[in-house]
Write a protein that binds this ligand. Structure first.
Ligand code: ASP
Ligand code: MG
Length: 408
């Protein structure tokens, strides 16, 4: 017997037929004798609709009332799922966030979970009932309803699994696991049996969007084993867990890409102590998040070029800020380009293997692809290239690192 938290996202509970399908899957696990808490999202599209209602009502709506409105979607699905479970003979009851209680900060619209009181759920398990818990919502210190931010029910599920010391947190979604790269551009992408928390964090924040990044960070912090599974097919998913549990496969686990960045180059900046600080201080002050940074050694000892990347949507503001500070920073001119893509190869195996970066550079060179910027961390190598080459580059790297699935 195990204690399991199972989370179903919006498409998995998109209509009554699908909710019945979810109930059937839960019944199977219940009949095997497991203790089960189910976390659900709102029906697909519902949260968007509720947000639109708030916007239509007032562009300056009270964030506390926004939470009261948008949390309603999950109230519907917990009730419906409990009904569908009872209908097929599984004793179940619904819980709203405050009934658990899932205690959060009072930052309405993007609250953080602070503490979960599990007593009501423990009692539910004792009575052999399935607990159906509303994701995405909690209760603030002010006693008001809160929501966790979009996609927050992944975080609800992981936090609940941590609080209940569950054996596993199963996240059912419309994909059947985590892939080596985006299967839409690499048909030979392979589903991974397992991936470490660290790798998943890199994959998630780089566009392989399967789990909300916050939920992965939480799972890592509390050592919650997370399994990503299809809610429609009964096939094995991908386990996200600590390094000790993940069998080492290839040196590189996956290849991610993100087109959401833009490159800025400041040409001919004086090569003096404090110059870089002067460039990045005004960016930080305007809340622009800088990702990659390159500064070369100057050939003549007098001036050098500094290149950095910012989120594409912040490019205009970044350029404005740089121009406004031209007098104090003292540089010649600016170049910028938003037609770039950041490619990353990711894998904990590269900590103990040499030559991983070399293979990336060789592969891109073979295809005649120019590298603009390079950055590395312990488990990741990223390069910035021209966006037009994204597919070619991802496919070539996927093959070069031995990630292609065997052709059937
Ligand atoms: N229903 C919420 C949303 O759409 C939470 C979730 O789906 O995870 O953001
Ligand atoms: Mg979701």
């Amino acid at each position: 017997m195990a204690r399991l938290v199972k989370k179903f996202g919006g498409t998995s509970v998109g209509d009554i037929g699908r909710i019945r399908n979810v109930a059937g899957r839960i019944k199977k696990a219940y009949d095997e004798g497991h203790e089960i808490a189910v976390v659900v999202s709102a029906m697909a599209g519902t949260t968007n609709k509720l947000i639109d209602f708030c916007r239509d009502a007032s562009s300056l709506h009270d964030a506390r009332e926004y939470d009261t409105v948008v949390a309603a979607g999950e109230q519907i699905t917990v009730g419906l799922l409990a009904i569908c479970l009872q209908e097929i003979g599984v004793p179940a009851r619904s819980f709203l966030g405050w009934q658990v209680a899932i205690k959060t900060s009072s930052i309405h619209g993007s609250a953080r979970i602070e503490e979960i009181e599990g007593a009501a759920l423990e009692q539910c398990f004792k009575e052999n009932r399935v607990a159906v818990v509303a994701g995405f919502q909690g209760i603030g210190a002010d006693g008001r309803l809160t929501t966790l931010g979009r996609g927050g029910s992944d975080t609800s599920a992981v936090a609940l699994a941590a609080a209940l010391k569950a054996d596993r947190c199963d996240i059912y979604t419309d994909v059947d696991g985590v892939y080596t790269t985006d299967p839409r551009i690499v048909p030979l992408a392979r589903k991974l049996d397992g991936i470490t928390y660290e790798e998943m964090l890199e994959m998630a924040s780089l566009g392989a969007k399967v789990l909300q990044t916050r939920s992965v960070a939480l799972a890592m912090k509390y050592g919650v084993r997370v399994c990503v599974l299809s809610s429609f097919e009964d096939v094995p998913g991908t386990l996200v867990a600590g390094e000790d549990e993940i069998m080492e496969q290839e040196v590189v686990t996956g290849i991610a890409y993100t087109s959401g960045e833009a490159k800025v180059t400041m040409v001919s900046v004086k090569d003096r102590p404090g110059k870089v600080a002067q460039i990045f201080a005004p960016l930080a002050a305007t809340n622009i998040n800088v990702d990659m940074i390159v500064q070369n050694i100057s050939g003549d000892g007098a001036s050098t070029d500094v290149t950095f990347t910012v989120p594409e949507e912040d490019l205009k503001r970044a350029v404005q800020v740089m121009e406004a500070n031209k007098e104090s920073i003292r540089y010649d001119h600016l170049l910028f380009d938003d037609n770039v893509v950041k490619l990353s190869v990711i894998g904990v195996g590269m900590r103990s293997h040499a030559g991983v970066a070399q293979l990336m550079f060789d592969t891109l060179a073979d295809k005649g692809i120019n590298i603009d910027v390079i950055s590395t961390s312990e488990i990741k190598i990223s390069v910035l290239i021209q966006a037009d080459y994204t597919e070619l580059a991802v496919r070539a790297l996927h093959t070069a690192y031995g990630l292609d699935a065997d052709k059937a």
